[in-house]
Write a protein that binds this ligand. Sequence first.
Ligand SMILES: [Zn+2]
Ligand SMILES: [Zn+2]
Length: 231
Amino acid sequence: MADCGICLEALKKPVSTPCGHVHCEACLRNYIVSSNDALKSTCPTCRREFHIATPDLAVVPEKYHGFILPTIRKLYIDIPSTSKLVKKVNSLKTQVKDLSKEIDLLDERCDGLEREVQAFAEAERATRIEMRALQNEYEELSYKYDSMVALCTETHCSPGPSRSSHNNDATTSLDNAALPVQLRPKRALPKSRPHRSARHSDVPNVPLVSKRQRVSRHSDVHDIGRPPRNE
Ligand SMILES: [Zn+2]
Ligand SMILES: [Zn+2]
């Protein structure tokens, strides 16, 4: 319901002035009495003047009595049933409760996802550190391998990458074995590497000299920096 323009509260026993403004009956009566004018008053809201004196009906012909109306008239305002509003309020309260539960569930889910994201970030950081370490190790091994190849070239040795008789190269191969496959250095196999299949070794009449020559070349590689042996 609308509020009274004088007491600013919900209208109690509403009455209207000729200008159409509505106030509480008690509020308007107190306002008119306080003005000390028995003939006219003004609307508390719009200050429009209106008469409050009632003519003596005894001197007015009866056929005009219907036209003589009081300036202040009672109003009967139909207030809609509150049951619908109460029902709506209860429905809204239920909705609010459901939404609060949903918010709690979403909060929990959000917390879980945040924890997951944090764990993923930590794992990613650890993997990056490990990857960097492996990269450094790979670069060191590559450098070592290149140095060995250069040394072999200088000493006129065929740089066979996987000769087991080459001590340093064997160490490099072992180190590479510890690396992931994708990080191992790719080496070109020597074109002149002999096949070591059983069929080939079983072939008769292989010249003994060539075997001995190969052995002596390997011995040369072994004996770099060592005093020459007397055979
Ligand atoms: Zn009032
Ligand atoms: Zn008014």
